[in-house]
Ligand binder design. Structure first.
Ligand code: 5AD
Ligand code: SF4
Length: 468
């Protein structure tokens, strides 16, 4: 067998695409941990922020020596930087053999054949008008992970003024519901217990297509699949969060009580310049309604600091919004100019040091809120879906609560893939710690597939490289 090295940067969509790329070639290649061992190197890239893109150029640049020593190695740059840069990548880095945009990663086999036949570099960055993803079911060979991603749509129509995504992933296209259900069923049959439905804006699922269900209706259908215990989804755009969806989150037992709802900024002036399509007041009203429907819901968000023209007063409004909503966790970023994005042309750019200062203030405030929320779990019992052994200790199991908090705990053998109750005794910055109480799978209501006994799903060896 030949060897493939895959490195994935960026969001869950990219992780999903990398999994599918590997599924396409796994009869020919096994995964390896180092580029120097590989016959094929695939770098699945992210260009959402400048820092992520710079990392990609650094990494691919360093592969030049490897290609010189072993010219037969095939190097592919895939994903969003590939889409954004196209054949400029080949010009800048001539040791690259393939440039495949996010919608072309499914043509990996054809591209490989073409390179092997000596036809020169392959560049495919065409943006398709339909959901072209072939149905590829990862064959998990009895080593199913506990949770899996399932793409339900691609692209985005929102054109937030800072964002490159509509240009790299194209216009929004929803995947036919029967394909989504077939993929989830296939995963569940192999032992997957939790799915995360993915899209840039899942809340607008199906809106552009005739006779497609709404996202809330899709959720209800997915949740009916026997053997699926938990359903999550990301990302939700606040402007498209409907009462109907709030009701679905509250009513469907399988849908976990966690919503990632990126707000980006707290000031109406900045939100308008960002083209987000909602005001601070509308956002807060939706949070209020959501908490009425589902009081135990946990919220997380994304924040950008230092958007062009963001004044100290605007920034203070972001801080006050964080205090008002009290997100369990946030992902915060310094604004960076992106190709094609409108804000790149805006004046009044905020100096780097000022962006860094604002980011630090956001971190400090959020750290306090996160700690308080984590501490509020101490002394309580939670439901945990066990994903495997803890990253920090083989003695401990690790899993997540329905609210998406990581829990590490000591417990009996063979808990992977089980749903258990854990009593929380302590917490850190990023996780809760506790002790095992009881195995819910022994409860007659839950039937457990016997597949979750093998090695961890191999693919996760290709760790994601988020830069933040
Ligand atoms: N600068 C900084 N952060 C950005 N994001 C998207 N584009 C930019 C940019 N140009 C952040 C947003 C988004 C997350 C995925 O990345 O917060 O929600
Ligand atoms: Fe980018 Fe806005 Fe679309 Fe999210 S909703 S992908 S931030 S354009």
């Amino acid at each position: 067998m030949k060897k493939v090295f895959i490195r994935t940067f960026g969001c869950q969509m990219n992780e999903y695409d990398s999994e599918r790329m590997y599924a396409l070639i796994k009869d020919e290649y096994i995964l390896c941990a180092e580029p120097k061992e590989a016959d094929l190197i695939l770098i699945n890239t992210c260009s959402v922020r400048k820092k992520a893109e710079e990392k990609v150029y650094g990494l691919v640049g360093r592969l030049k020596h490897l290609k010189k020593a072993r010219p037969e190695v095939i190097i592919g740059v895939c994903g969003c930087v590939a889409q954004q840069e196209g054949d400029k990548i080949i010009k800048r880095l001539p040791h690259v053999d393939m440039v495949l945009g996010p919608q072309a990663v499914y043509r990996l086999k054809e591209a490989l054949d073409s390179v092997r036949q000596g036809k020169g570099p392959v560049v495919d960055v065409e943006l398709r008008k339909e959901f072209r993803q072939p149905l590829i079911f990862p064959s998990l060979n009895g080593t199913a992970p506990v949770k899996a991603f399932v793409t339900i749509m691609q692209g985005c129509d929102n054109f937030c003024s800072y964002c490159v995504v509509p240009y790299t992933r194209g216009r929004e296209i929803s995947r036919p519901p029967e394909e989504i259900l077939a993929e989830v069923e296939c995963l569940v049959r192999q032992g997957v217990r939790e799915v995360m439905l993915l899209g840039q804006n899942v809340n607008s699922y199906g809106r552009k297509e005739k006779n497609f269900p709404t996202f809330a209706e899709l959720l209800r259908e997915v949740a009916k699949i026997p053997g699926l215990w938990r359903v999550r989804f990301t990302t939700s755009h606040p402007k498209d969060l409907t009462l109907d969806l709030m009701r679905a989150i509250a009513e469907i037992p399988e849908v976990c009580e966690h919503l990632h709802l990126p707000v980006q900024a707290g000031s109406n002036r900045v939100l308008k310049a960002m083209n987000r399509g909602y005001t601070r007041e509308e956002y807060l009203e939706k949070v209020k309604r959501l908490r009425e429907f589902c009081p135990e819901i946990t919220l997380t968000t994304d924040i950008i600091v230092g958007f062009p023209g963001e004044t100290e007063e605007d920034f203070e409004e972001t801080l006050s919004l964080l205090e008002t909503v009290r997100f369990a966790e946030i992902f915060s970023f310094k604004y960076s100019d992106r190709p094609f994005a409108r804000a790149t042309q805006f004046e009044n750019k905020v100096p780097e040091e000022e962006k860094a200062r604002r980011l630090k203030k956001v971190h400090e405030l959020q750290e306090k809120i996160t700690r308080e929320i984590n501490e509020s779990f101490i002394g309580k019992e939670v439901e945990v879906l066990v994903e495997g052994k803890s990253a920090s200790s083989q003695e401990m199991w690790a899993g997540r609560t329905r609210s998406h908090h990581v829990v590490n705990f000591k417990g009996p053998e063979n808990l992977k893939g089980k749903l258990v109750r854990v009593f929380i005794e302590d917490c850190g910055r990023h996780s809760l710690r506790g002790k095992f109480v009881r195995d819910l799978c022994k409860n007659a209501e839950i039937s457990v597939a016997s597949t979750n006994t093998g090695d961890p799903f191999l693919f996760f060896g290709t760790k994601n490289e988020n830069e933040s």
